[in-house]
Design a binder for this molecule. Structure first.
Ligand SMILES: [Zn+2]
Length: 329
C-alpha cells in the first residue's frame, strides 16, 4: 500500500515517510514497515502478517504499486485524488478515486471474471464510474491481440481499451474496438496522458465490415482441423449449400454488435442463414446457440444485442441479394 497513518493520524504518502517514524495501517491500525529501494516504489507493508482487508483485497505487484504512484503524482494537486480509499459500504478499496466520482483500477494479472464483474457492480452501486486499466497488449498493423481476460476489460459502451506500462510510462487508449476473432480485434491506438482519462470519449458509429478472404479461409481451415460434433460451422455451411462453391459474400460479415458475440461471425451467420432458408428459425433457439462475451460491465441485454445483430446482418445480405438480382437481369 502507498498510504499510512503517522502518529498525528494524518495520511502520509509512502514516498514522504520518514524511516524512523511510526506508521499504522489506516484500516486495522497495526504497525507498518516502509519498503524503499532503487528498483521499487516506496510502499508500506504490515509488519506482521495480518488478516486486514488491505492484505486480503488484492496482491499488489511492483508494477501495480508504481502505476498507482505514477497516476497519483500526475493528478494530485490538479484535482481531488484519493488513493486506496476504503469504501466501507461495499468493502472495496479502489486504487484511485477521482473527484469521488471516477474509480481507476489497475488489473495487470487475470482475476476471476465473476470477481471482476462483482467489483464493478460494487462501484456502480455507489454511482461511481470505473475505468479498468490492463497490461500492455500486443498490437500490430491495426490489430490488437487480447486474452479473454484482457478483452473483459474493454469498455463496450465507448469501445475503448486502456493499458499502462509502468516501465515505459506509456498510457495507451485503443479506440473504435471491433472484433475479428476470439482474440483478435481491430482498434486505433493512441498515446494519452492521465488527465485524458477524465474526458468523455466520443462514441463513433462502427460500420459493418466484410471479413477478408484470408480470415475467412483461415477460420474454415480451423474448423476442418477441429472435426468435432461441437463444431457445427462446416455442417451448417454444407447443409446450406455454401461450402462447395466459391465463398459467397453473405457469410462473414462483422456487424457492429459482434463485439458482444463470442461465436464467430461465420458460425452464427451460417446458422441464421440455414434456419431462415429452412423456415425453422426461432429467436429463442438462436439465443441459446450463440455464446456471448463477458465484460467487466456485464449487465448488457443479450436479447437486445442479438436482435440488433440479426437485424444488421439481414439488412446487409438483403442489399447484396438485391444488387445481385439486378446484375443477373
Ligand atoms: Zn491493515
Amino acid at each position: 500500500m502507498l498510504m499510512g497513518l503517522n502518529q498525528y493520524n494524518e495520511l502520509v504518502y509512502a514516498q514522504h515517510a520518514k524511516i524512523d517514524d511510526l506508521y499504522r495501517c489506516p484500516e486495522c491500525l497495526s504497525e507498518l514497515i516502509i519498503k524503499k529501494g532503487k528498483h521499487t516504489t516506496a510502499h508500506f507493508a504490515h509488519k506482521s502478517s495480518s488478516l486486514c482487508i488491505r492484505n486480503r483485497y488484492k496482491r499488489e505487484s511492483i508494477d501495480h504499486l508504481s502505476s498507482k504512484h505514477d497516476i497519483y503524482k500526475s493528478l494530485n494537486g490538479l484535482i481531488q485524488v484519493d488513493m486506496e480509499y476504503y469504501l466501507s459500504e461495499i468493502d472495496q478499496i479502489p486504487d484511485i478515486l477521482i473527484n469521488k466520482k471516477i474509480v481507476i483500477e489497475f488489473q495487470f494479472s487475470p482475476i476471476n471474471l465473476d470477481l471482476l464483474i462483482s467489483r464493478t457492480e460494487g462501484f456502480k452501486s455507489l454511482n461511481l464510474q470505473v475505468i479498468w486499466i490492463g497490461k500492455n497488449a500486443h498490437y500490430h498493423d491495426g490489430m490488437l491481440y487480447l486474452t479473454i481476460f484482457q478483452a473483459a476489460l474493454i469498455n463496450h459502451e465507448d469501445r475503448t481499451f486502456i493499458t499502462y506500462n509502468p516501465t515505459t510510462k506509456c498510457l495507451i487508449r485503443y479506440k473504435d474496438v471491433q472484433v475479428i476473432d476470439q482474440h483478435k480485434f481491430l482498434a486505433n491506438k493512441e498515446q494519452i496522458v492521465w488527465r485524458d482519462l477524465l474526458e468523455i470519449t466520443n462514441i463513433r458509429e462502427i460500420p459493418s465490415l466484410f471479413l477478408n478472404d484470408c480470415e475467412y479461409y483461415q477460420y474454415i481451415r480451423k474448423c476442418r482441423k477441429n472435426r468435432s460434433v461441437l463444431e457445427p460451422t462446416l455442417s451448417l455451411l454444407y447443409q446450406s449449400g455454401l461450402i462447395h462453391k466459391e465463398r459467397l459474400d453473405i457469410i462473414g460479415i462483422i456487424v457492429p454488435e459482434q463485439i458482444y458475440i463470442l461465436t464467430h461471425c461465420i458460425t452464427w451467420q451460417s446458422y441464421v442463414f440455414f434456419e431462415i432458408k429452412n423456415g425453422t428459425f426461432s429467436f429463442e433457439r438462436c439465443l441459446e446457440f450463440i455464446k456471448f462475451r463477458t465484460f467487466y460491465n456485464n449487465s448488457y441485454s443479450r436479447e437486445c444485442v442479438l436482435k440488433k445483430a440479426i437485424h444488421s446482418y439481414l439488412k446487409i445480405i438483403q442489399v447484396k441479394f438485391i444488387s445481385r438480382a439486378k446484375i443477373s437481369k
